[in-house]
Write a protein that binds this ligand. Sequence first.
Ligand SMILES: C[S@@+](CC[C@H](N)C(=O)[O-])C[C@H]1O[C@@H](n2cnc3c(N)ncnc32)[C@H](O)[C@@H]1O
Length: 201
Amino acid sequence: MTGDHYFTAEPATPAQPREVEFSVAGRDYTLASAAGVFSAARLDPGTAVLLRKADLPARDATGPFLDIGCGFGPITCVLASSAPAATVWAVDVNQRARDLTAANAASVGAADRVQVAAPDDVPADLTFAEIWSNPPIHIGKAELHELLRRWLPRLAPAGVAWLVVARHLGGDSLHRWLVEQGWHVERHASQKGYRVLRVTR
Ligand SMILES: C[S@@+](CC[C@H](N)C(=O)[O-])C[C@H]1O[C@@H](n2cnc3c(N)ncnc32)[C@H](O)[C@@H]1O
């Protein structure tokens, strides 16, 4: 036992490298993963619902896009592959997750367009055409709200944010909270107990 959480900054757990395979929109992905990052052994079912149900960016979209809490990078890699000219910012507090996302971006041929960063290293003046997240619910409600208060205002005026949250982990109360904060929120899809929320200004 090391006491590591998937959102630990520097996981002490030995990495135990492994691969995660999945398909999105007819494209197959084999990404590197490791112990000490979120859902290291398989594509998280919530992330799978998000990538299946949300509207992936158009092929000619340029972004920039933001993936909040990139983990080993499945969302980032799908965004970068779906929009081959787009820049994607992949942000995580976990160094191992950032390293894996950088390696996986290179393996899908997007090393030059994926910017992997710790939260404080994202340029303050950057706004995003799309924000995507399977957010870290387990950090606690107040911290989650703080995270969303920090990043959602970085949405460009006509931008769209796509979030997935399990209903039993508070998907519907998060929906209500976002509305209270003044966002337009649509429950775009609901599958396997997950809510896919589409958030706009
Ligand atoms: C539910 S996981 C999703 C990971 C990945 N996007 C996926 O779909 O497999 C949430 C991620 O958020 C990260 N995280 C936790 N707190 C964060 C914060 N304050 N800022 C950015 N990322 C954070 C965790 O380290 C974790 O990788």
